[in-house]
Write a protein that binds this ligand. Structure first.
Ligand code: NDP
Ligand code: MG
Length: 391
């Protein structure tokens, strides 16, 4: 029996994870869950799974709502405390945004297997995060569907990410990172000026939280994933080729020196990568509909439009700049996405906010979590000040 903690259990990835646990009560028990605002949902989860630990990081919970066997932690550091208390074998890191960094890092420090959905943690502090993974020899399994696909397509030796394998020495010549292109694929900048948050969140293939949905629409998600891939697999942006693939059937691929391209395919359902991470190196049922290749029909691939979707090249530039630039990019993006979702700015302004904040940055090394968090705070402040001055 594996004890599983789900950070961000009330979200989209959290729900998919619980769905898999529900299918395998003989393999997994829920050791702890966290949520931010959805206290009622957390109470339901605690009752259903007889979960011993719950953390509420946002609004104060009504203790009476929880079953008597559940210990409830509350406050901004509650998710980190829960990781320390719950003694999990597996932690699913699925809090959205920078708020997920410290709990994810604590999961690594706990020595548990970490299923990483919270890509922002790696974007912000990839070097420190991977150093901690290596130090603790932690089994790190990417949940992000593209990175999970790459992981699946890598040679077995290269799956030991905690050993920081040199994948070039294992015959890998490059990575293909696929992108659906989001709801605005093929549109011109003029077309995008007036699009609404509702349109941006209506993803053609995936059902996800609102922040990542907007990131998918701007291609910032692919930018964050490019950085994520560089840290996970020890490559540079020039070794990662983004392919827009509107059908979201090929979830990414690995190129080998002999000309082979090994890809992972499946219907777009996050339960596949989550189940893979939970059971690795075994396989378990995920409740996912089998891929019907006849029905899938033609699979298309095209290069991304980096002129219209500026966030993707900006992310590559931030990674190349190094230091705290990716953390700053991430924080500015969070502020900009929030402003777009609350209809304070237009869709195209999101990239302008990132450009402005990155231009203002006096870059410094990301040599401690404190320096990363300080840069995050500076970027949020700078982005908000600019937004206030223009709106
Ligand atoms: P959701 O918005 O659906 O869920 C986010 C979760 O984080 C919720 O449990 C939410 O709690 C919690 N949360 C929100 N803000 C805070 C905070 N300040 N402190 C602590 N917890 C907080 O997001 P997703 O599930 O879509 O995404 C989660 C992560 O997984 C993201 O990093 C995303 O990039 C990544 N990811 C998601 C994919 C997807 O298909 N959804 C695919 C690949 C990666 P509450 O709801 O209770 O307020
Ligand atoms: Mg992804």
């Amino acid at each position: 029996m594996k004890r599983v903690v789900v950070l961000g259990a009330t979200g989209s990835i959290g729900r998919s994870t619980l769905d898999i646990l529900r299918q395998h009560p003989d393999r997994y028990e829920l050791a702890g869950v966290t949520g931010h605002t959805q206290v009622d949902r957390l109470a339901e989860i605690a009752r259903e799974f007889a979960c011993p630990w719950v953390a509420v990081t946002g609004s104060a919970p009504d203790q009476d709502a929880f079953p008597s066997g559940t210990r409830v932690l509350q406050g901004p550091t509650a998710a980190t405390e829960l990781v320390q208390a719950a003694e999990a074998d597996i932690v699913v890191a699925a809090i959205v945004g920078a708020a997920g960094l410290l709990p994810a890092l604590e999961a690594v420090r706990s020595g548990a297997r970490v299923l990483l959905a919270n890509k922002e943690a790696l974007v912000m502090s990839g070097e420190l995060f991977m150093a901690e993974v290596a130090k603790r020899q932690v089994e790190l399994l990417p949940v992000d569907s593209e990175h999970n696909a790459i992981f699946q397509a890598l040679p077995t030796e290269a799956q030991r990410l905690w050993e920081r394998p040199d994948i070039a020495k294992l015959g890998v010549s490059g990575l293909v990172l696929t992108a659906s292109g989001g709801p605005f694929r093929g549109r011109s900048a003029d077309d995008l000026a007036e699009v609404t948050p509702e349109q941006a969140c209506a993803h053609p293939n995936w059902s996800m939280g609102r922040k990542i949905s907007v990131d998918s629409a701007t291609l910032m998600n692919k930018g964050l994933e490019l950085i994520e891939a560089c840290w996970l697999f020890g490559v540079t942006p020039s070794q990662v080729s983004v392919h827009v693939h509107p059908q979201s059937i090929v979830h990414s691929a690995v190129r080998y020196t002999d000309g082979s391209v090994v890809a992972q395919l499946g219907v777009p359902d996050m339960r596949t990568p989550i189940a893979f991470g939970l059971a690795w190196p075994a396989r378990v049922k995920a409740g996912v509909r089998p891929l019907d290749l006849f029905a899938a029909g033609i699979l298309e691939f095209e290069p991304p439009d980096s002129q219209v979707f500026r966030c993707l090249p900006l992310a590559a530039e931030a990674f190349e700049a190094g230091g705290v630039a990716p953390a700053v990019l991430n924080a500015a993006n969070e502020v900009a996405v929030e402003a777009f979702l609350s209809k304070r700015i237009g869709f195209l302004t999101i990239a302008h906010v990132l450009e402005y904040v990155l231009e203002k940055l006096d870059n410094s090394p990301a040599d401690s979590i404190d320096s990363v968090l300080q840069a995050d705070e500076w970027a949020r402040h700078t982005a908000r000040t600019w937004l206030n001055s223009v709106s």
